[in-house]
Design a protein around this ligand. Sequence first.
Ligand SMILES: *[C@@H]1O[C@H](CO)[C@@H](O)[C@H](O)[C@H]1NC(C)=O
Ligand SMILES: *[C@@H]1O[C@H](CO)[C@@H](O)[C@H](O)[C@H]1NC(C)=O
Ligand SMILES: *[C@@H]1O[C@H](CO)[C@@H](O)[C@H](O)[C@H]1NC(C)=O
Ligand SMILES: *[C@@H]1O[C@H](CO)[C@@H](O)[C@H](O)[C@H]1NC(C)=O
Ligand SMILES: *[C@@H]1O[C@H](CO)[C@@H](O)[C@H](O)[C@H]1NC(C)=O
Ligand SMILES: *[C@@H]1O[C@H](CO)[C@@H](O)[C@H](O)[C@H]1NC(C)=O
Ligand SMILES: *[C@@H]1O[C@H](CO)[C@@H](O)[C@H](O)[C@H]1NC(C)=O
Ligand SMILES: *[C@@H]1O[C@H](CO)[C@@H](O)[C@H](O)[C@H]1NC(C)=O
Length: 526
Amino acid sequence: MRFSLSSAAVLGGTMLAHSALAINPLVIKGAKWFDSKTGAQFFAKGVDYQPDIIETSQTRDPLANKEACDRDLPFLKDLGVNAIRVYQTEAYNNHDYCMNALAAAGIYVMLDLSTPTETINRDSPAYDADLLGYYHQKVDAFGGYDNVMGFLAGNEVANAPNNTDSAAYVKAALRDVKAYIKKKGFSVPVGYATNDDADIRWQQQTYFDCSSKEEQAEFYGLNIYSWCGEDSSYEISGYDKVVKNFTSWDVPVLLTEYGCNTIRPRTFPEIAAIYGSSMTAVFSGGFVYEYVEEDNAYGLVTVSGTKGTKTKDYDNFKKALSATNPKGVTMSSYSSSAKMQSCPSVGTSNSWLASATLPPTPSNATCECMMKTLSCVSKDTSAPTDADKLKTWSSTVGDIFSYACSSIDCSAITGNGTTGKYGKYSGCDVVSRVSWALNAYYQANGKKSTSCDFDGFAKVATPSSSSDSSCSNSTDDSSSDSSSTGSSNSSSKSKGNSNTSDAGKNFSAITALTTVAIVAVAAAAF
Ligand SMILES: *[C@@H]1O[C@H](CO)[C@@H](O)[C@H](O)[C@H]1NC(C)=O
Ligand SMILES: *[C@@H]1O[C@H](CO)[C@@H](O)[C@H](O)[C@H]1NC(C)=O
Ligand SMILES: *[C@@H]1O[C@H](CO)[C@@H](O)[C@H](O)[C@H]1NC(C)=O
Ligand SMILES: *[C@@H]1O[C@H](CO)[C@@H](O)[C@H](O)[C@H]1NC(C)=O
Ligand SMILES: *[C@@H]1O[C@H](CO)[C@@H](O)[C@H](O)[C@H]1NC(C)=O
Ligand SMILES: *[C@@H]1O[C@H](CO)[C@@H](O)[C@H](O)[C@H]1NC(C)=O
Ligand SMILES: *[C@@H]1O[C@H](CO)[C@@H](O)[C@H](O)[C@H]1NC(C)=O
Ligand SMILES: *[C@@H]1O[C@H](CO)[C@@H](O)[C@H](O)[C@H]1NC(C)=O
């Protein structure tokens, strides 16, 4: 059943406020989480939770699946966990049953905002109003539950020095979600979960903690698998050095995944360290990977329909966790003078390619305003939802970008996380961006009807506005070239492809010959 988003958020908040199932919301002070009512420091004794849902459903959303929650809650309680991290949920589902049941069991929830399809793509990063809208809906759906301890604005997006430019886009999304949460009156912090790649570890942790309060991550998660079995140790695993580098951090840090499984069954010797005094002074606990047994063999429970069965790891984890007794400080006795970090310098020599200058907040209004000025547009007003059709469509769009932008200047619709230059329409959805390119191409080719065809993809339109000069606020647009608005029909920006006169007409024949230099622009929207 489809569920109204706005009423879900309001209902969720109101019902919980008057509910007997109350759980005290957590609050961040300095680099630690506290119970907002008792003032006790909170350490996540967590498990990553993304079991298959019972009965085929369109979405993999375990927090909307009563049967799965009923099956798993007894195990979660028995394990003694006080938090779960859930990777994939959908805003349009109703989560009241599972969220309330978890709250009643004293279990907090850390939620990823992105999904495998709704995310920033590390290989061709872009960030548009569709993705921001998707994140807004998740905030609306979950922001009112008292037991949501945080949102994650990304998980291991950058994972090698050469794709770290993606971090600029992730951080922009994080900034915008923070602003939205504030506007809605919720108080859930937004963080990021990073991979543990020594080449870029320090750069990532400082990048997400630099620039300004508005852009800074409110907590930082580390996915770490370096402690493998009883022969390892705090020092051998390198945990000691990781912890040392967060010693003077100004926001909470925790392990969003841990639990190397090269030696099985796992006995989890790292748990004594995670909740021991060296680490609790700096870290706020962590989430073991993971609840459900999958092909990768990290599970604590094997699930089948409504039945769950403990794996060999289950009792070991339970035993290790129950032996811990993390000692924290009280909120009133704690204060921190720690400061934000300086942004890492950009350059291949520093293995870091993300500028401190972030993409602007994407705005549908800006894109709609621009669309009204176009004389040639995409016939489709949205991307197809069917997966196969989407694939073909994306490929066509990629070809159009590739072809059109080989002869016109497309900097208005492209961005670069390394230089920190983002065109004024780089944050538009893919239909708006491809329409911009179609129009610019059409204008540059003397508005011949054959230049607005592209095998039937494009159609001539009547602009309702003659200029796009007022389409974006100057603050949204600090670095774009205001001359590249697409309204010029000169060929002065031609990069030498002169065989364009009937390109729109026989597009398929021509695209086969062109390179796919910026297919990424299209792919990135998905
Ligand atoms: C932008 O418009 C799309 C399509 O209507 C919508 O899905 C999305 O939520 C909007 N984005 C924002 C930030 O409002
Ligand atoms: C990025 O670096 C990885 C190795 O870290 C390599 O496998 C990959 O091909 C590189 N990608 C590009 C686009 O250069
Ligand atoms: C610790 O920080 C330094 C920079 O201050 C960095 O060079 C080093 O790689 C970091 N070590 C770890 C384990 O993160
Ligand atoms: C410009 O900014 C104002 C307020 O800052 C906002 O209301 C308006 O929607 C913005 N216009 C566009 C096109 O983004
Ligand atoms: C960003 O700009 C730099 C410098 O011009 C260039 O080397 C890099 O390839 C660009 N990145 C992308 C993704 O276009
Ligand atoms: C655009 O083309 C028209 C004729 O097709 C011409 O009169 C006009 O001067 C051109 N504008 C620019 C900016 O080149
Ligand atoms: C234009 O077409 C001619 C002949 O069809 C071809 O030789 C030439 O390479 C083409 N030029 C470009 C830039 O595609
Ligand atoms: C379009 O290209 C195809 C394949 O190269 C060719 O057979 C056909 O004659 C072309 N049509 C036009 C109208 O140029």
